[in-house]
Design a protein around this ligand. Structure first.
Ligand SMILES: CC(C)(COP(=O)(O)OP(=O)(O)OC[C@H]1O[C@@H](n2cnc3c(N)ncnc32)[C@H](O)[C@@H]1OP(=O)(O)O)[C@@H](O)C(=O)NCCC(=O)NCCS
Length: 180
């Protein structure tokens, strides 16, 4: 009996930067996702995971921590040769599990493929319901005033309340708290 292709997930290394750039920016050129600069991948390499098929690079994704109670599933991309094999789901689920292990209460994504995320239990929300994301990233985005991505959120099974204080966003001019 012939064995099927061997699919694996692993943490990204610097060797993956070029294939990740080629894949993400190739799909971005077709309008399927937003492009990423080399620096935004290199500096965030620890956020990224990679999927391989028979040891060949096949896809990637990243988990960006936005705040104490929210993380973003970002840059999920599967090489068209390996799409529809379940790699996208496995990449996303790995990142969701990682957020849960960090006691992060929910994950979000900005996407053009709402249906893919709905299959993973995400629901569509208004952009305004994600102020931390807007403050940290959206303000810097050239598409800020004409964002065409859909915001989706998935609540995780992390108990909130005691032990997980919601840390307030710092306000401009507010001194940093040092010591107790
Ligand atoms: C979206 C993408 C990551 C999906 O990867 P994939 O490996 O083909 O997806 P999977 O095979 O794991 O599919 C998981 C489920 O999502 C569904 N799905 C996949 N792509 C979908 C899409 N574009 N729209 C709606 N549903 C989709 C599949 O039918 C499958 O459902 P099932 O389990 O009921 O059969 C891939 O098509 C891709 O790289 N697209 C371009 C980049 C992109 O849009 N990234 C999204 C993040 S911004």
């Amino acid at each position: 009996m012939s064995k099927g292709p061997e699919i694996s997930l692993r943490r990204a290394t610097m060797r993956d930067v070029e294939p990740m750039m080629d894949l993400i920016n190739g799909l971005a050129a077709d309008g399927l996702m937003l492009p990423r600069s080399p620096a935004s991948i290199v500096e965030k390499i620890r956020d990224f995971i990679v999927a391989t098929v028979d040891d060949e690079f096949a896809g990637c994704g990243a988990l960006a921590i936005i705040w104490t109670d929210i993380a973003e599933v970002r840059s999920i991309a599967v090489d068209p040769r390996f799409q529809k094999l379940g790699l996208g789901r496995r990449l996303a689920q790995f990142l969701i599990d990682e957020a849960e292990e960090l006691d992060i209460a929910r994950v979000m994504a900005f996407t053009y493929v709402t249906g893919f995320f709905e299959k993973l239990g995400f629901s569509v929300v208004e952009h305004e319901s994600l102020p931390h994301k807007v403050f940290t990233d959206c303000l810097k985005c050239p598409k800020f005033h004409k964002c065409d991505e859909v915001a989706v959120v998935k609540e995780l099974g992390v108990p909130t309340g005691e032990g997980l204080p919601a840390v307030a966003l710092p306000k401009p001019g507010m001194p940093l708290r040092v010591g107790r």
